[in-house]
Design a protein around this ligand. Sequence first.
Ligand code: ACO
Length: 325
Amino acid sequence: MIPVKLSALGIYLPTQVMTNHDLAKIVDTSDEWIRTRTGIIERRIASSQESTSTLATAAAKQVLDKRGIDLLDIEMILVATMMPDMPFPSVACKVQDNIGAFNAFGFDISAACSGFVYGLETAASFIKAGAVRNALVIGAEVLSRCIDWQDRSTCVLFGDGAGAALLESGEENCFLGSVLRADGSGTDLLYMPGGGSKQPTSVQSVENRQHFLKMNGPELFQAVVPIVCEAITDTCNKAQISIEDVELIIPHQANIHIIEEVAVYLGIPFERFMCNLHKYGNTSAASIPIALYDAVQDGKIVAGDYVMMVGFGAGLTCGASLIRW
Ligand code: ACO
């Protein structure tokens, strides 16, 4: 097995900030409700000139500037997203062209909020097997384009953003263990009905608001807590690392109370969980790389630390990955 390291991180967040107070002007909600029920205070919203591929490209460029790698040496690009620029071609192909990584192949990963972890493990497996020497893994979303701004139960939750990581073959393996899971019986808890082969776009589908994200929040909340706990525990067991030795857990940033419940269930102090959803809301596949980046910037992770990333989302999907920083 070829050892894999995570050599650089980058993020991009649109400059436009939308606060809870801004939202209270467009739907029947309040800063108090959103803060207390979710932990979110503000989120970023992409401009009309931006799209998932432009956010992904900006995050990728930051990684490449930091690492200083020759663009023609990039071999694989994976973009995790549930809101691509368009159904096809992939965002990965747009990014490849935008950054000039002309020798790379790439594809998108549709695993909703678990997508970045799915991408990391896919890329790490390719490198471990010797199929490629490096891979750019990006989580990027412009969910503001599929949010129903008349639905207060969902529009307050989400935000736009992108995060990227470069994985390379190295001396020491940093990817210690993972689990990737799916439970298709939960597809109706979070989905977008229109625009695909089942319900193609039509005047009627637009009138019936079928091109917006639909979510059963309370049921999803109940479903994800045990799934996330099991994924964390099973990943530790696989890697033969005690959960007590994991310095930081970086969960998908959906709701602070999900993170609190997971902490209680696992008996781990809440302080060992990374939380930045108050600044960005739920950015789906981008939330874990953005939180990882912030954790490094804030000095919450130092060399040698064990870091657990865990994503969960539509599908239902779940993925956990344990790395040594
Ligand atoms: N402002 C004010 N009131 C609201 C709002 C709002 N924005 N939204 C809902 N309410 C009202 C409801 O109408 C309801 O009123 P009622 O009691 O008079 O009927 C009341 O608040 C309670 O509604 P619930 O939906 O039960 O509120 P809950 O406390 O469950 O919070 C939430 C809802 C925040 C969506 C929560 O269930 C949640 O976070 N679920 C998990 C969602 C999740 O994990 N999603 C992401 C996973 S996948 C991915 O990220 C893509």
